[in-house]
Design a protein around this ligand. Structure first.
Ligand code: ADP
Ligand code: MG
Length: 249
């Protein structure tokens, strides 16, 4: 990664108030209250099925809550479509366009997501690939990259838009352990330099502890505890949290 000035953003403050989401009889989210400060990185940690992705999708606007309110900087986002929310999302499975080069994957997002001119989009794409240390991948298509390289491009695409909120849903699963550690350090460094607010979903407690300014532990569609990694580890509020994060008895 190269040092140097980058265009920073003012991250949005996110406030979830009593967010519920039912799918028929299933309560995927059962009243989630969560406030995330501007520029903060919160790790959402919990077992499979605990509601992490549903909460993230609701923040992104890809799904609607059946109860409660979601606000960015005190403005309700309920009913606001994803492209008007100033969020970008990194999915588990890259979701890059296979027929486009790394550069063109970023340029597409910048032109259609941000309305940038082709020239500006190309400049921003180049700057972003440099920031991620993958300038040499600019012309390659996803099939010509390793899994880690693809995920770097996907992360690049999410941050290139300078969205005020970046949402990452298990962005490292599928990558090997060493690469995951390397990438999470890079991601945190980038998010901090940009000043964006971020929600990072994972079911890996070590990853959550390393990434989050605070960690929110989810279970059965609710947040059981939220706090700094140290507080969660040293002072687990429930037996579930203690077991899940592996606190000493
Ligand atoms: P996580 O990301 O923590 O694994 P999810 O948010 O994906 O959990 O799912 C939470 C719960 O909601 C699960 O019980 C899941 O089966 C259910 N769920 C999620 N999406 C849907 C859907 N589109 N239709 C029905 N049930 C769903
Ligand atoms: Mg999930």
């Amino acid at each position: 990664m190269t040092a140097g000035a980058v265009t920073a953003v003012a991250g949005a403050r996110i406030e979830a108030v009593g967010i519920g989401r039912t799918f028929g009889p299933v309560h995927a989210l059962a009243g989630v209250d969560l406030t995330i400060a501007a520029g903060e990185i919160v790790a959402l940690l919990g077992p499979s099925g605990s509601g992490k992705s549903t909460l993230l999708r609701i923040i992104a606007g890809l799904d609607q809550p059946t109860a409660g309110d979601l606000r960015f900087d005190d403005r309700s986002q309920v009913g606001v479509p994803p492209h008007q929310r100033d969020v970008s999302m990194v999915f588990q499975h890259f979701a890059l366009y296979p027929h486009l080069s790394a550069t063109d994957n970023l340029v597409l997002a910048l032109r259609y997501g941000r309305g940038m001119s082709r020239a500006d989009a190309r400049d921003r794409a180049a700057e972003t690939l440099r920031m991620l240390g993958i300038a040499d991948l600019a012309r390659r298509r996803p099939a010509q990259m390793s899994g880690g390289q693809r995920q770097r491009v996907a992360i690049g695409r999410a941050i290139a838009t300078r969205a005020r909120v970046v949402l990452l849903d298990e962005p490292m699963s599928g990558l090997d352990a060493k690469l995951r550690v390397e990438l999470r350090v890079e991601i945190v460094d980038l998010l901090r330099r940009l000043g964006t607010t971020a929600v990072f979903v994972t079911h890996d407690q070590a990853e959550a502890m390393a990434v989050g300014d605070r960690v929110a532990v989810m279970n059965h569609g609710a947040i059981e505890q939220i706090g700094t990694p140290d507080a969660i580890y040293d002072l687990p509020a429930t037996r579930f949290v203690a077991t899940f994060v592996g606190s000493p008895p």
